[in-house]
Design a protein around this ligand. Structure first.
Ligand code: BT5
Length: 256
């Protein structure tokens, strides 16, 4: 679908973002660009934005679909305390939740750890990645993808994915959406170490008290912990702790 007069462009973003950013019409993955920029000394808050990703990444090597002119794909460079890394999932999920609410969506929930769902379907995915150097946290990249007008009708994802425009039934301006999303990220990131972020995220989780299967472990999702783990009770009553596992461990990055 064409964005008449409202296409995403560096100039339109420049007018709306009071921050350092890089814009790509087409890129492999914004997370990869942001990681390279972080290594080269990017400031906190800098963001990489793309109109299209050709190798968009999900968690654990999965692919993320970002066709041109249809989605938000951005990666924000952050420099949190190492202890706050597990909270990046919450920052992103709450920010997308608020964006969906701004757009007028009503039935919004967070599927643990960080998928935002509207009407039970995935509208957004989050990929936080930490960069370590010599045992020290250099920073983190918070990748966020949001479907704005991705057409899933002919796709294998059609039963589980949805776009904002499917819900609001009207055209949305991606430059405005990015500006609004970044305002939410800034606000929630400022609260990353607070109990408020955790309690608001937990209150929006639609996963609690449902049957789940995480990393081969099945059971009832009993609770979520302040560091973002899920407590799962198996069929014999044993409680297991599942971690989101999306923020890479120091050893993994140092081996690259
Ligand atoms: C995620 O992974 O949901 C994280 C996606 C993060 C994407 C952003 S875009 C900007 C930044 N740059 C990147 O390269 N990545 C980040 P996961 O929970 O593993 O979900 C991946 C699964 O979601 C896939 O295996 C598909 O089943 C499904 N999927 C792929 N594309 C989708 C889409 N556009 N909408 C909904 N579901 C999708």
């Amino acid at each position: 679908m064409k964005e008449a007069g409202l296409s995403l462009s560096e100039a339109r973003l420049q007018k709306r973002l009071a921050r350092t950013f890089k814009y790509y019409e087409r890129v492999g993955s914004t997370n990869d660009e942001a990681k390279a920029w972080l290594a080269a000394g990017a400031p906190e808050g800098a963001v990489v934005i793309a109109n299209e990703q050709t190798r968009g990444r999900g968690r654990m090597g999965r692919a993320w679909r970002t066709p041109p002119h249809a989605a938000l794909a951005l990666s924000i460079i952050l420099k949190p305390e190492a202890a706050c890394l597990p909270r990046l999932n919450m920052v992103a999920a709450m920010s997308v939740f608020d964006l969906a609410r701004d757009c007028g969506c009503a039935d919004i929930g967070i599927k643990w750890p960080n998928d935002v769902q509207v009407e039970g379907m995935k509208i957004s995915g989050v990929l936080p990645e930490a960069i370590w150097q010599g045992g020290r946290l250099r920073g983190a990249v918070l990748g966020i993808g949001v479907n704005v007008r991705v057409d899933f009708r002919q796709s294998a994802l059609r039963d589980g994915a949805i776009s904002l425009e499917d819900v609001v039934k009207g055209p949305l301006d991606r430059a405005e959406l990015i500006a609004a999303l970044l305002r939410h990220v800034d606000r929630w990131y400022a609260q990353i170490a607070t109990p408020a972020l955790f309690s608001r995220w937990k209150a929006r989780l639609n996963t609690l008290n449902t049957q789940v299967s995480v990393n081969g472990l099945s059971g009832i999702a009993l609770d979520a912990t302040a560091d973002g783990a899920l407590l799962i009770q198996d069929e014999v009553g044993i409680i297991h702790r599942a971690c989101a596992g999306a923020v890479s461990a120091p050893e993994q990055d140092e081996r690259r």
